[in-house]
Design a binder for this molecule. Structure first.
Ligand code: HEM
Length: 577
């Protein structure tokens, strides 16, 4: 009876509802009410997230409460957003809100928490590097997948294996030296002096090293700058990025509908097949990747596609990082003649054999000042200058915040490397910071605030490879040539950009280069109480860059000025007041 009664009432109510809804005016009213309710709910939610949610108290520009700042600004072609993000930290502090669910951190403990303790996975931005679905140790976002792949690839970068890679690096360094030699010979204006675009040469140099070590072939970019692979892989990455963001548009506007360039595929398959059929094994990175086919577990065996994905990413991760660091190091050295002189003095203590132009890595790997110069350059011109994005996978505690799942946390390496809390006079190029005995007592630097190679499970797998290559190149270059600045180039090099890696806006940088062995080097030291300060370097055989053309002139100048001490490296004098 109850059931009958209930059914009857449901029937009546339904009938009334249908009647009510069948009136158009009522339908419209309901539509409006629903729309307003949804909009109110949406706005209330946004306002709650903006002001009262877990990130409500995090300082930042007001608009960042509602829109993703990195999305709008990271892509701007001007490449200057890294300065804007640095300024945000200067203004708002070590934690800044950059979007409804995005924050940036610049504090050494917080960065360590994100990268090491919490070990947050890479954020969605890395899809840009997964061009055409190719995952690699660099681009993977899944932690388990990454762990397995990193274990498989790691032997190619072990300290032990780096020894096998050294001959390739030394050969390419010799090519670089020969190329500069030829440029000087072809520059008929001055005796033994030439003008070289060192920025472009370093770029070719780093590509050639990767060609030899990861692709098992010479790109010979130093000599003719024409091999198609580096450019094709760069285009591939760019197209991959566009396809990830705009799948439909890329099909319409990109050449080949955004599909992978078949020439890369053909080239790499050819190299891999040839290698498999070779009887004598070449000890390089490619060999290690190919030999994974013998691995016990199926998942650890890399097929041609996987090898291609990895090597292509090495080219992206390991060429500009190195070449730009070398380029910035030369620029920084030219800006600070006293540092350059000190580095020359250190290298003067290490001798090359007759006919040897390139150092053995063992000869230089422990040179204190050389290493300090490279680290100081990586600090001040952070290769990964745009922050590294990570994402939370569940509620995560960070400082006094509890972040919700899917919150993006950017670790701002450029800011932390130029933060005066850790680095006094942060924009000064002072390699002494890295040598504890040489730090000023009242200017203590905190070396734990350096993350140039990142940290934790996603740190740079190529760190030792990079340091070995950069030491060999820089030390050998300076052992063979005296470098001097060109004023206009120095001025131009002040303009910086960061797209993926930090670079100079002009993408070229010329300096003068003079063959050593044709000159003697003189260091003038001016006594400025309470310390001695190196004043200048003078090169006596490079006519154009001479401040003094002969010894008499130097002596006269010394007598008439406040200079009281001269030290000469290849010859001459030590004059005291
Ligand atoms: C001065 C030289 C270099 C610097 C400053 C540098 C810096 C970095 C940084 C900051 C990261 C972390 C990137 C991120 O989390 O998004 C990284 C990762 C990586 N780097 Fe380097 N790198 C250098 C050279 C190289 C070289 C020469 C190679 C390879 C030949 C290389 C291969 C990689 C790879 C594969 C990763 C990803 C590692 C992973 O996620 O497990 N890097 N590097």
């Amino acid at each position: 009876m109850d059931l009958e009664y209930t059914l009857k009432h449901i029937g009546t109510a339904s009938h009334q509802a249908v009647e009510y809804l069948s009136e158009r005016a009522n339908l419209e009213k309901i539509g409006k009410i629903t729309a307003i309710s949804v909009a109110t709910y949406y706005v209330a939610n946004k306002l709650y997230d903006a002001f009262l949610g877990p990130l409500g108290s995090v300082p930042g520009p007001l608009y960042a409460k509602f829109i993703e700042v990195p999305k709008i600004f990271l892509d701007i072609p001007r490449g200057t957003s890294f300065q804007m993000f640095r300024d945000f930290h200067d203004k708002y502090g070590p934690i800044v809100r950059l979007g409804p669910k995005t924050i940036a951190v610049s504090d050494k403990d917080l960065i360590r928490d994100v990268l090491v303790t919490e070990d947050l996975p890479k954020g969605p931005l890395y899809k840009v590097f997964q061009g055409h679905g190719k995952l690699s140790v660099f681009s993977a976002t899944d932690k388990e997948w990454h762990k397995r792949r990193r274990r498989v690839v790691a032997p190619a970068f072990s300290v032990k294996y780096l020894k096998s890679l050294e001959p390739f690096m030394r050969d390419v360094t010799l090519n670089l030296i020969n190329k500069i030699d030829r440029t000087i010979d072809g520059d008929h204006g001055d005796d033994n002096v030439g003008q070289v675009d060192i920025w472009t040469l370093f770029k070719s140099f780093s590509l050639d090293v990767l060609g030899e070590t990861a692709f098992g072939t010479s790109f010979d970019m130093i000599n003719d700058n024409a091999h198609f692979i580096p450019k094709a892989i760069n285009d591939e990455m760019r197209n991959g990025a566009i396809s990830a963001y705009y799948p439909l548009l890329s099909k319409i506007f990109l050449k080949g509908g955004g599909k992978m360039n078949p020439k890369i595929d053909e080239f790499l398959r050819g190299v891999i097949e040839a290698r498999i059929n070779e009887t004598e094994k070449r000890e390089d990175i490619l060999q290690i990747l190919i030999e994974t086919k013998e691995a016990d577990e199926q998942d650890d065996r890399l097929n041609a596609d996987a090898i291609m994905g990895e090597t292509a990413l090495f080219l992206i991760a390991g060429s500009e990082t190195i070449s730009n660091t070398l380029g910035f190091t030369v620029i920084n050295l030219l800006r600070t003649p006293e540092v350059l002189a000190k580095l020359y003095a250190e290298l003067d203590q290490v001798h090359l054999e007759e006919g040897q132009s390139v150092f053995d890595h063992d000869q230089i790997k422990n040179l204190t000042y050389l290493n300090a110069v490279l680290y100081e350059s990586m600090r001040i011109n952070t290769a990964a200058g745009s922050a590294l994005p990570r994402i939370t996978t569940g509620p995560t505690k960070l400082a006094n915040l509890t972040l919700e799942k899917d919150t993006v946390v950017m670790t701002n390496l450029y800011h932390i490397h130029t933060d005066k809390r850790y680095w006094p006079s942060p924009y000064e190029f002072k390699p002494e910071r890295w040598i504890p005995e040489e730090q000023d007592n009242f200017e203590v630097n905190d070396l734990d605030a350096f993350f140039g190679f990142s940290a934790g499970s996603r740190n740079c797998i190529g760190k030792n490879f990079a340091l070995q290559e950069m030491r060999l190149c820089l030390a050998s270059l300076l052992k063979n040539f005296e470098i001097t600045p060109i004023a206009a180039e120095m001025e131009q090099a002040k303009e910086l950009r960061t797209y993926i890696t930090m670079t100079i806006a002009s993408h070229t940088f010329d300096c003068k280069s003079c063959k050593l062995g044709h000159l003697f080097r003189i260091l003038i030291i001016q006594r400025t109480e309470p310390t001695l300060r190196v004043r200048n370097i003078i090169m006596c055989a490079c006519n154009k860059v001479l401040y003094f053309s002969d010894l008499t002139e130097i002596l006269l100048s010394v007598l008439s000025s406040k200079l009281i001490e001269i030290r000469a490296y290849k010859a001459i004098v030590c004059i005291l007041e």
